[in-house]
Design a protein around this ligand. Structure first.
Ligand code: ASP
Length: 333
């Protein structure tokens, strides 16, 4: 799949916000039967799982694990691959800007001890996942935002960079001309990356990094950097990360919900399905207007993935193989 047609998000259409990435994430494709979509990786450790088609990112994370690195190092370095990829218009450098033309990034990271660090609405720094880790490890805080986070980054030796690439700028200028703050259907093949890893000690960590919704209102933050929503890890149980319409994931504390469901005995797949069902139920008829995708792994190295409407891609690196899969999905119709 080279490019994907995104669905329009009606609920945010009045604001003119465009589904940049995971928002209308799942793809309609009659050649992709549901029966092929489910995958269970049984008791695979070490293991890396990430949202979307991100083989380079999972390969990097796998390499770190193979060299004896921790799951925390693996998810950080895996996510950095996408942050540096200017062709990925939903993450890091090259991410699509907000409606004022500013690229603002969100990221968080969580480790085996349940420690967590996040940055929100940060400009001019490519590797916000590493900045989130710095917040976690080198400050007494867990979240830093905006200008303060940016200044902290410089104090830690991060480089100031212009994140708005020519092609993102062109896309934004085109959007401004044609959209009149009405959304366009956005197509792109890369998305917010949420990554979970289990290392050879069986310890789980996770990371999530994004530029959020394209052309969002200035200051908007989605689920991705929020503990329990875009990402949650409990090293005794497992982990989950989300992609899609952050506003909906936030309202259900999606990733935490999945981990808690696993704690109560559900498999990662069943837990993702239950959480998506809950999001759909809460949304009522609005569920047609947005997308959410969840991936999860438990302590045994079993995986799950589920979304709304149509499948979405995710990558698993396990047993020495780097593979892309299509999730199962909820579709009432
Ligand atoms: N969840 C992200 C957000 O709402 C978007 C995405 O997954 O692409 O900011």
């Amino acid at each position: 799949m080279k490019r994907r047609k995104f669905l329009q998000n009606a609920s945010l259409s009045t604001l003119g916000i465009v589904a940049a990435s995971g928002v209308a994430a799942c793809k309609s494709d009659k050649d992709s039967p549901k029966k092929d979509s489910k995958v269970l990786v049984n008791a695979a450790k070490p293991l890396v799982i990430a949202t979307w088609r991100v083989p380079n990112a999972t390969a990097k994370a796998w390499e770190v694990l193979q060299n004896g690195g921790s799951s925390l190092d693996a998810v950080e370095q895996g996510c950095m691959v996408e942050e540096a990829d200017v062709k990925n218009s939903s993450v890091g450098k090259g991410g699509l800007p907000d409606r004022d033309g500013n690229v603002t990034l969100d990221a968080c990271i969580m480790d085996k001890n349940g420690d967590y660090g996040a940055v929100m609405c940060v400009q001019n720094i490519t590797h916000v996942i590493s900045l989130a880790r710095k917040v976690m490890e080198d400050t007494p805080h867990v979240i830093m935002v905006g200008e303060g986070a940016e200044q902290f980054a410089y104090s830690q030796g991060f480089k100031k960079e212009n994140l708005l690439t020519d092609s993102s700028k062109k896309a934004w200028e085109k959007w401004k001309k044609t959209s009149k703050y009405k959304p366009i259907i956005n197509i792109e093949n890369h998305d917010t990356i949420g990554m979970l890893a289990i290392d050879e000690n069986g310890d789980i960590s996770g990371a999530c990094t994004t530029s959020g919704l394209a052309y969002k209102m200035a200051g908007r933050v989605g689920d991705s950097p929020v503990i329990g929503s875009g990402l949650f890890i409990d090293n005794e149980i497992g982990g989950c990360t989300a992609t899609g319409m952050g506003e909906e994931v936030l309202k259900t504390v999606g990733a935490f919900l999945v981990v808690e469901l696993m704690r109560h005995g559900k498999s990662p797949q069943a837990a993702c399905e239950e959480a998506i069902n809950r999001i759909v139920k809460k949304a009522g008829d609005r569920y047609k207007d947005f997308q959410v995708g969840l991936i999860a792994v438990n302590k045994q190295g079993e995986t799950g993935a589920y979304c709304i409407h149509e499948w979405f891609n995710y990558n698993v690196y396990a047993n020495g193989e780097n593979k892309n899969y299509k999730s199962d999905f909820y579709n009432k119709a």
